[in-house]
Design a protein around this ligand. Structure first.
Ligand SMILES: *Cc1c(COP(=O)(O)O)cnc(C)c1O
Length: 394
């Protein structure tokens, strides 16, 4: 008889054969500028811990104190008995931080997208989605059962063409985009997107996962960066990147949040963010509101590293943020480069197809405020050494 589970080993073998299999590395230390992998210290260029908050002493302390006061688990979904004063305090604080009327906290950035999109549009409606949008946006769009129209990456002519063709259709329309695209580090032209939304009667939504804590005044995000307060209808964020913890956020008008409190399925059917997570995020927001120092250090580090890499002769792509892609092209060369850097104690991943187009493989360097100048100089020396050995630079 045929083994009905045979497709599993078959698929695993195919992934390995085609070089698409991910070997998952395990960290034996806290997340930081340096991490321990297989008992050895590696300079960490892989994490989204932009501000170094993932192991911040004040945030650790806030989480511990909250556990002593409120326990660990929320015990229920937000709408039944899972909403604690910690959640409400965080939501109010986030609204002040982001200068919006209201916010809603959910379990992750991924669930934030699954929460919002199907609540705003459904069958018979239309979504306009950037071709490079994050998987969680794509999944949220699919769950909504609205028609999905994909526009060319950051291409406003492509978006307007689609909107114009539909201008007489009487249905709900939603334009959705990542704020910062994490593979290239480029920024969505949200000002133009909002203008097009206003012109054609479409709602606008941005997922600012990589802009939160990075863009705008003191890390207030992409809406602040473009001064679009009150004009972009929905802002989604995550606490798992610059804020160093876990959890997701939706920000906008009071009525939108009240509506999502009644409609968003991950809010209604999946339990609340845990006590230590909630308290930790709250402390992270306090730190951002107190000082812009970390955000400034992140940008200084990014600018320094990018400029020095360019001096060495590397192509750092079209990044407008501290994310530094090192463009290689061939996937096998990029894999080899990443391996040899790892042997030199630099942990920087290769990003290849299908995450980026074929022939556009790269090493992606995630710069953090946690990196010291010595860390960056150490990395530059290793990039230069391996790059020369491999004939990638002169
Ligand atoms: C990382 C990321 C998410 C997921 O956030 P989590 O809080 O880790 O679930 C969602 N959207 C974008 C654009 C991201 O980069």
């Amino acid at each position: 008889m045929k083994d009905i589970m045979q497709f599993i080993p078959d698929e695993l073998a195919r992934l390995k054969e085609e070089g698409l299999y991910t070997n998952i590395k395990t960290l034996e230390s806290p997340q930081g500028a340096w991490v321990t992998i297989d008992g050895k210290k590696k300079l960490n260029f892989c994490s989204n811990n932009y501000l170094g908050l993932a192991n911040h002493p004040e945030i650790r302390k806030a989480a511990k104190e909250a556990i002593d006061k409120y326990g660990v688990g929320p015990g229920a979904v937000r709408t039944i008995a899972g909403t604690m004063s910690l959640h409400k305090e965080l939501e109010e604080k986030l609204a002040r931080f982001k200068k919006v009327e209201a916010t809603m906290v959910v379990q992750s950035g991924f669930t934030a997208n699954l929460s919002v999109i199907p609540a705003l549009v459904g069958k018979g409606d239309i979504i306009y989605s950037d071709e490079l949008n994050h998987a969680s946006i794509i999944d949220g769009c699919r769950l909504s059962r609205a028609e999905i129209k994909v526009y060319k990456h950051n291409d406003m002519d492509s978006l307007e063409e689609l909107l114009k063709a539909d201008k007489d259709l009487d249905c709900r329309k939603l334009i959705v985009t990542d704020g910062v695209f994490s593979m290239d580090g480029d920024i969505a032209p949200l000002d133009k997107i909002v203008e097009l939304g206003e012109k054609y009667g479409a709602m606008t939504m941005v997922d600012d996962a990589h802009g939160e804590g990075v863009l705008g005044e003191g890390g207030r995000g992409i809406v602040d960066h473009f001064g679009l307060h009150g004009r972009c209808d929905v802002e989604v964020g995550t606490f798992s990147k610059a804020l160093g913890v876990m959890g997701g956020c939706i920000a906008g008008k009071k009525e939108l949040i009240e509506y999502l409190n009644q409609k968003a399925r991950p809010f209604l059917f999946s339990s609340a963010l845990t006590v230590p997570d909630t308290a930790a995020v709250s402390k992270a927001v306090d730190l951002l509101m107190e000082s812009e120092e970390l955000v400034q250090r992140l940008w200084d580090n990014g600018k320094y590293f990018k400029a020095e890499m360019q001096k060495l002769g590397f192509d750092t792509g079209k990044s407008e943020t501290p994310i530094t892609p090192v463009m290689i092209g061939d996937a096998k060369v990029a894999t080899e480069f990443s391996k040899r850097l790892f042997d030199e104690d630099i942990f920087a991943t290769k990003i290849g197809y299908p995450t980026v187009p074929k022939g556009k493989a790269r090493i992606r360097v995630m710069i953090s405020a946690a990196h010291s100048k010595e860390d960056l100089d150490f990395a530059l020396e290793k990039f230069a050494k391996v790059g020369k050995e491999m004939g990638l630079i002169k």
